[in-house]
Design a protein around this ligand. Structure first.
Ligand code: SAH
Length: 574
């Protein structure tokens, strides 16, 4: 729950406004001095409409520890700033300040060092959802100060970019940033160690009806401890469908803070395991539950700990549970990110996040220049010139296969006449692929020209570099006959100047040239943007170049007040 407190009428009004818009919020109406201690005990997060100084004085006697204290955000009376003062990362105050920023139009003011410097908050490494343990503050400090920090990773995990001072070959006495699911200590010559726990372990469990949560949890803990594996690296418990409602298993998953994944008995029966047995075959229809469920939830992974039986709760009783541990293979990540037509405010937030999530960014020089300032320090950049599409696609996929977090970028939408298809043609099922849609040129141009795409429409590229002209011409003709609005991409370049006039002539055979609107939109959303709405009869193709799209209306499209409008076909307008 989010507690809202205010000291003045203006603050109370803002608090009431927020209370109505934040679903899990509650307003404390009494005097702040009285209500704050109560709210501090009752809520996970607080928003205080009060000066930071006054809030700090009230909070001071209440502070206990970083893990348990609520996150606190102060907002000034005028609602201009939202300042996380306590629990920026762990307490969720940074995230809450961002949310309030959006709701109230306030600027979130974060002072947690790692965010301010554009370095992943090492104590959360948010994009991965991993936990950090050990000497978080000391190692984060060293990272920020630019001191050498030694990166020790058991495997090549798809980490976001880390600054250049964090490297595998740093001297042995340097502070250590370690990525491992193992509990064994790492050799650090006394230097501080921060360990990130990748979530890559799956514990398969089998249980007889009525097995207690204690017996299962104790078994899971001892299996992990004996194998030297961290509980924090467990991402799921897994079992057979028939045990999906078994209370002891559900409670054990909750105690571990992980989800429960279940599989049909037939699926488990088909998995080869080291220790099949008759008892589960008779009970639930598969010779293995723990080992098979662990492996089924970690496809392509390895079984680290074969099946073990629980210690019965009472001496002489039969063991009620079994457990086995599998590790998921590391999967690299390929994000296909569309940057939009050019302007920064047409780049989606998701695209921005993916750029910051990546450790390698692959793309054309000109697009890289467009977003270089958004990348984390230390991001590796693989830029290529025009024409190297295939090499670019291949290199992005190869880097992801090596376990990196790669962003392959393109203008507009990455899937529209762009890199997504050549990349996915190369990619296997051994990497994770994430697509981020972008505002494609046709849409950006459309909103500039008016509403040209109000009815059925098609995009056609006039580039005959990779497509024979006969094919292009056939498509233009089909669009003409079908009375579709057409957006031409790659319409005209110095060496390709006859294709556009030809395409427009084909359309003119099926539409009245003097009455059919044509929109020409150049460098949409960039500094040299211009556009014009004319007609098929009057369009001057010499103004068209490769950073232009040309939109041709259908037989119902009209020029209205200088704008290009394709009617939606509503009866009330005819
Ligand atoms: N993936 C891009 C398209 C790449 S093909 C997208 O989704 O927009 C390149 C063509 O797109 C250019 O020749 C031009 O026709 C068009 N284009 C891309 N950006 C443009 C912009 N800002 N303004 C006008 N046309 C643009």
């Amino acid at each position: 729950m989010i507690g809202l407190l205010a000291a003045t009428a203006a603050g109370r009004r803002a608090a009431a406004d927020l209370a109505g818009r934040l679903p899990d919020a509650r307003q404390y109406e009494g005097p702040v001095g009285v209500e704050l201690p109560r709210a501090f005990a009752e809520c996970d997060r607080l928003v205080v409409f009060l000066a930071v100084g006054a809030t700090v004085r009230l909070l001071a006697p209440l502070l206990r520890d970083k893990a348990g204290d609520p996150g606190v955000v102060c907002v000034d009376e005028a609602g201009r700033f939202a300042v996380p003062v306590l629990g920026g990362h762990a307490g969720g105050a940074n995230e809450l300040a961002d949310r309030i920023g959006e709701l109230l139009g306030a600027v979130p003011v974060s002072t947690t060092a790692t965010d301010a410097a554009g370095i992943p908050g090492l104590d959360t490494l948010d994009p991965l959802g991993w936990t950090a343990e050990g000497e978080v503050a000391a190692v984060t400090r060293a990272v920020l100060d630019g001191d050498p920090v030694r990166l020790v990773a058991d495997r090549r995990y798809p980490l976001p970019a880390l600054p250049a001072n964090v490297r595998e070959d740093a001297a042995p006495g340097a502070p250590v940033l370690r990525v491992s699911d193992r509990t064994a200590a790492v050799e650090s010559a006394g230097a501080p160690v921060l360990t990130l726990r990748p979530r890559d372990l799956v514990v398969g469990v089998g249980a007889s009806r009525g097995a207690s949560a204690e017996e299962i949890t104790a078994l899971v803990d001892s299996v992990l401890a004996e194998a030297g594996l961290s509980r924090r690296s467990v991402t799921a418990l897994a079992t057979v469908d028939a045990k999906a409602e078994e209370p002891g298993i559900l409670a054990a998953a909750e105690a571990l803070g992980v989800r429960l994944v279940t599989h049909p008995a037939e699926a488990l029966a088909s998995i080869e395991v080291p220790n099949p047995s008759d008892a589960p075959l008779a009970a639930v229809g598969t010779p293995s539950v723990a080992e098979a469920a662990a492996l089924a939830t970690a496809p392509g992974g390895e079984l680290l700990v074969p099946k073990r039986k629980s210690a019965p709760a009472e001496a002489g009783a039969a063991p009620m549970a079994t457990a086995a541990v599998a590790r998921r293979p590391v999967r690299g990540r390929l994000a296909l990110v569309g940057l939009g037509p050019g302007a920064r405010d047409l780049l989606t937030e998701r695209a921005r996040n993916e750029l910051r999530r990546a450790s390698v960014v692959v793309g054309l020089d000109q697009y890289l220049d467009q977003i270089r300032d958004l990348l984390r320090p230390g991001t590796r950049i693989e830029s290529t010139g025009l024409g190297a599409e295939e090499a670019r696609a291949r290199s992005a996929v190869r880097l992801a296969q090596q376990g990196h977090a790669v962003a392959l970028i393109g203008s507009g939408d990455a899937g529209v006449y762009a890199m997504a298809s050549p990349a996915l043609a190369e990619a296997g099922d051994d990497i994770d692929v994430v697509g981020v849609p972008g505002v494609t040129a046709a849409l950006a141009a459309g909103s500039l020209l008016g509403a040209p795409l109000g009815h059925d429409h098609v995009s056609i590229s006039l580039s005959d570099l990779h497509t024979p002209w006969e094919v292009i011409e056939r498509r233009v003709r089909a669009a003409a006959e079908a009375d579709l609005v057409v957006t031409f991409y790659n319409p005209r370049s110095r060496g390709r100047d006859w294709q556009l006039p030809k395409a427009l002539a084909i359309l003119s055979e099926h539409r009245e040239p003097a009455a059919t609107p044509v929109g020409v939109a150049h460098s949409v959303s960039r500094p040299d943007e211009w556009h014009t709405v004319t007609t098929l009869a009057e369009v001057d193709v010499r103004t068209v170049d490769m950073t232009t799209v040309v939109v041709v209306g259908n037989t119902a499209s009209r020029r209205i007040a200088g704008r290009f409008v394709t009617p939606r076909g509503y009866r009330w307008q005819s």
